[in-house]
Design a protein around this ligand. Sequence first.
Ligand SMILES: *Cc1c(COP(=O)(O)O)cnc(C)c1O
Length: 464
Amino acid sequence: MEKNKIPYKIYLPEEEIPKKWLNLKAFMKEQHDPFLNPATLKPCTKDDLRPVFCDKVIDQELNCTDKYIDIPEGIRDFYKMYRPAPLVRAYELEKALGTPAEIYYKFEGNNTSGSHKLNSAVAQAYYAKEQGITSLTTETGAGQWGTALSMACAFYGIDLKVYMVKVSSEQKPYRKEVMRTYGAEVIPSPSETTKVGRAILKEHPNTGGSLGCAISEAIEVATSTPDCRYVLGSVLDHVTLHQSVIGLEAKAALDKYGVQPDIVIGCAGGGSNLAGLIAPFMAEKLEGKNNIEFIAVEPASCPSLTRGVYAYDFCDTGKTTPLARMYTLGSGFLPSPNHAGGLRYHGMSPILSKLYHDGYMTARSVEQTKVFEVAEMFARCEGILPAPESSHAIRVAVDEALKCKETGEHKKILFGLTGTGYFDMSAYKAFNDKTMNDFIPTDADLKEGFKSLPDIPQNAGVRG
Ligand SMILES: *Cc1c(COP(=O)(O)O)cnc(C)c1O
């Protein structure tokens, strides 16, 4: 009799949707340096952050001690609509590669917004509602975050203004319609609706906008409108906290079959999905209970961990946010065009940055043509059309499985499949037409970016 044969999909029952998030920071012996108020260079206080973010979210951001934080029933009610997310044993991919390795992936694309971003959008909209906030603002680039937050705001009955980078709103008109269908107002940025937008338009009337500019507009509206707050979809500690549902479910599913991964892989833009996926596994590693290899995968065009510096930097191009100590290419670094819009970010989650700095995880950068090679292979054998971002993780999972083929090792590989790529067909078109290029910044390009790092004492010696 075959004992405990692992099924294609391991679905947890609904009652096993996590009841608590895991606060990875509280497991770290040494935590990351505090956010600094850029005006005073003193650690940010709750009062510094209160005009911008909801109170509960600030408490979570600054919580360094509670290892687990309750997920309110009101959030679990929404999670029940699309969670637990499946954990899949990639039997067909293993077969196609002819590898003795076992490959598993946690699929977060099984909701209409198409990515893991909904996990934090729901939480942030819920806390806003609880506090009596009536409207939220945010920015979106490629559109996944704006879509996720639109769904969440529709559910909890909150008005939402999304500042969408102008070029993206022109290139992806249907993303905009999805957000409007869920009731959000979508404003191409820069716009005439804010002081900062008007100033930018006056100076650059034909600009296609940038994420940094959209963030500045969204924060201006949030801080100048009564009962309005701003929400961010990655990088910050509270976002990684909410994303820990990914890892908690993945671990619970694997535990049912006694599977302990040897390698855990995730793509890293601002770091939220990766931090969430690794959370319970890394917590055990920090307690000395396992020796799992964790790998962050980033685009060669935007290599914050592999070629960036560990320094205090702004989280936005407009230099309006608190300073975070993280791996960064400099907030003024302009990544060359890359189809993985969600990975085009100059910095990295401070939690992941610290873990990487202290040697608890590794990082690799990959070129986009190599990424799309495995994206198509994956689509053809596993049936899911992966997002370009997620395909970065597939690339390294495939590379590791092929190494096992050489050595004959039966390693267990887990990776995060963060979303689907239906709105990225121009990227697939470029790959199929063989017009896709690989952009890799030169050392001189990176040096330009490092020049934009703030000139503060903590950064002495790291600026270019
Ligand atoms: C936004 C996004 C990412 C990257 O964001 P992280 O905060 O690094 O997780 C990855 N995959 C998809 C599908 C995304 O939409």
